[in-house]
Design a protein. Structure first.
Length: 365
């Protein structure tokens, strides 16, 4: 796979485009790319299509098949291709769909940092029901989910901790204390059952020096159930709080964790670094020094424009005869008919007298 060449900006517009790809104090929402392997199955295609729809508009779907094997020892067969796609499309998230006899119905979730693969988690689909099977109202693209993780494993087991981090990063989830029920539109629940024998878990996230690939399928981990619901708030009798009703909109996915590539400790520390920035700078101007720009409670930018005093009386408007004041027109006509001061009427009489005298002289001659 050929590497991308370094582009030197030729004008200000291209320089701004390159600067936008550099690390920012407040990053934009991450873009995800859905890639099909050399061979896929119907459950894999269903899952990728619906997961792509849930991620819109920050999602790219590759229609062509690609010879990609993310967990292959040879980097040219997997990691290099993903890193090439990441740099070319300015994307840091991937979902690779594959199918083989050894690992059927395979989905690999990949996360990148600084153009390099950070970590990966492989999941085998056990069940996939598309959104088209649920005759319910779908949510509008671009809305965020209320994400609910229902199991103690998501805070104790390394494999499920990584899965939770991956899903939250994928759908831009943030932990918050409260949420307005009126603005709640969709809910995603991720549920996992208890371990059969908790004392047999030997998973370690990383050794601190090199990336560690672990086959979690050998532990016989419990299934993970992913469900998506639309929420509708209605007024409840006898209380001010609205009543929220959930309707499943799909997809309905059941999968089991297989192989995992944990991130290297040094690379993870670099990915978690944050620049020092005051809270007011984050809320006003999205991390940039911008005057008169604020962010409201919904995350929308509000700009304030200062203008000088407007003289509306001097505003040039279209003059129409029907809109003229008749009283003003009458006064103007009367002023035009008024004789000029200084004896204008007398001068007219003198002029007529001179004309008559000249006529008499010519007749006498």
């Amino acid at each position: 796979m050929a590497m991308l060449r370094t582009i030197k900006p030729k004008n200000a517009r291209s320089k701004r485009a390159l600067d936008a790809r550099e690390p920012q104090l407040v990053e934009n929402e991450k873009t995800a790319i859905f890639v099909k392997g050399e061979k896929t199955s119907e459950p894999v295609r269903i899952a990728m299509k619906d997961l792509h729809a849930l991620k819109l508009p920050h999602s790219i779907n590759f229609n062509k098949k690609n010879p990609i094997h993310p967990f292959d020892v040879d980097p040219s067969r997997g990691l290099q291709s993903l890193e090439f796609f990441s740099n070319k499309n300015d994307a840091s998230l991937f979902v690779v769909g594959m199918h083989s006899k050894k690992r059927p119905n395979d989905l690999v979730w990949v996360r990148c940092f600084d153009g390099q693969v950070l970590d990966m988690i492989e999941m085998g689909l056990e069940k996939a029901v598309p959104m088209s099977e649920f005759k319910t109202t779908k949510m509008a693209p671009g809305h965020r989910f209320l994400m609910c993780f229902q199991s103690s494993l998501f805070s104790s087991h390394p494999s499920y901790i990584l899965l939770k981090s991956m899903l939250l990063d994928f759908y831009n989830g943030h932990e918050i204390d409260q949420i307005p029920l009126e603005g709640l539109e969709a809910v995603m629940t991720v549920t996992a059952g208890p371990l059969k024998n908790e004392s047999t878990s030997t998973m370690e996230p990383t050794d601190g020096k090199v990336d560690l690939v672990v086959d979690a399928g050998k532990e016989d981990l419990p299934l993970v159930h992913l469900r998506v619901y639309t929420a509708k708030a209605t007024a409840a009798a006898g209380t001010k709080k609205p009543q929220v009703t959930l309707s499943e909109m799909g997809p309905r996915l059941d999968f089991r964790i297989r192989r995992i590539k944990f991130p290297a400790e040094e690379m993870m520390q670099q990915a978690l670094k944050r620049a020092k920035m005051e809270k007011k700078d984050i809320e006003k101007g999205q991390g940039k020094k911008r005057k008169n720009i604020e962010t409201d409670a919904m995350g929308d930018l509000i700009g304030k424009i200062h203008m000088g005093k407007q003289e509306l009386k001097n505003l040039q408007s279209r003059k129409m005869k029907g809109l003229k004041d008749p009283n003003v027109s009458a006064k103007k006509r009367s002023s035009d008919e008024t004789p000029l001061s200084g004896g204008g009427e007398g001068r007219g009489k003198e002029k007529r007298a001179r004309k008559a005298a000249n006529a008499d002289v010519s007749m006498s001659d």
